[in-house]
Ligand binder design. Structure first.
Ligand SMILES: Cc1cc2nc3c(=O)[nH]c(=O)nc-3n(C[C@H](O)[C@H](O)[C@H](O)COP(=O)(O)O)c2cc1C
Length: 174
């Protein structure tokens, strides 16, 4: 199983959680790490290069800090630029068929805010519906998400270990 982690953090130098997770990933040679904001500081994505990366891996994890219930904008641009008609979808768009896709993100609100009765009103599953819909549209298999809230720093090391275990062992949602 070849795993690609596409990281989208606009300011990884001042990150705590995503930086720790990337550092943990670096200890695992079998995982390819691809940091979008480092690769494309001008946000000009090399589409062919990205498509080759996707083709070369079985499982693609999108890692980011949750910003406004979504990912930072370069990841949205990546979706738009890379997942093209007749490549990822459309009559001849079969390149992402059967790829496994998942997300891993850190978020700042307390965990219980993400409940129907909590201050954010919607669950994490609900705010991830667009990613799940995207996976479906490009005939990929959606993986259960990995998420950690950032309030308890004592869980940072543990979360990094859990993260690697998650992305190497998780099974697609049926
Ligand atoms: C612009 C911006 C938007 C944010 N939006 C959310 C949000 O919608 N929900 C949430 O729980 N946290 C939100 N946060 C908190 C971040 O998710 C949190 O700071 C981040 O996950 C920390 O990760 P890092 O240490 O890798 O930077 C936001 C932070 C910023 C700067």
């Amino acid at each position: 199983m070849k795993i690609l982690v596409i990281v989208a953090h606009p300011n990884i130098e001042s990150s705590v959680w995503n930086k720790a997770w990337v550092n943990e990933l670096k200890r695992h040679d079998e995982i390819t790490i691809h940091e979008l904001y480092k690769e494309y500081p001008d946000e000009n994505i090399d589409v062919n290069r990205e498509q080759q990366l996707v083709l070369a891996h079985d499982r693609i994890i999108f890692q980011y800090p949750l910003y406004w219930y979504s990912a930072p904008p370069l990841l949205k641009k990546w979706f738009e630029d890379v997942l093209l008609y007749n490549w990822a979808y459309g009559p001849e768009g079969t390149k992402t068929k059967g790829k496994e896709i998942g997300v891993a993100f850190s978020y700042g609100a307390p965990k219980d805010a993400y409940q129907p009765t909590g201050s954010n009103r919607f669950t994490l599953e609900e705010i991830l519906v667009p990613v799940r819909a995207l996976a479906n549209y490009i005939s990929a298999l959606y993986l259960p998400h990995f998420a950690y809230n950032t309030l308890d720093l004592t869980r940072l090391v543990q979360s990094s270990k859990e993260y690697v275990r998650h992305i190497t062992t998780v099974k697609p949602v049926v």
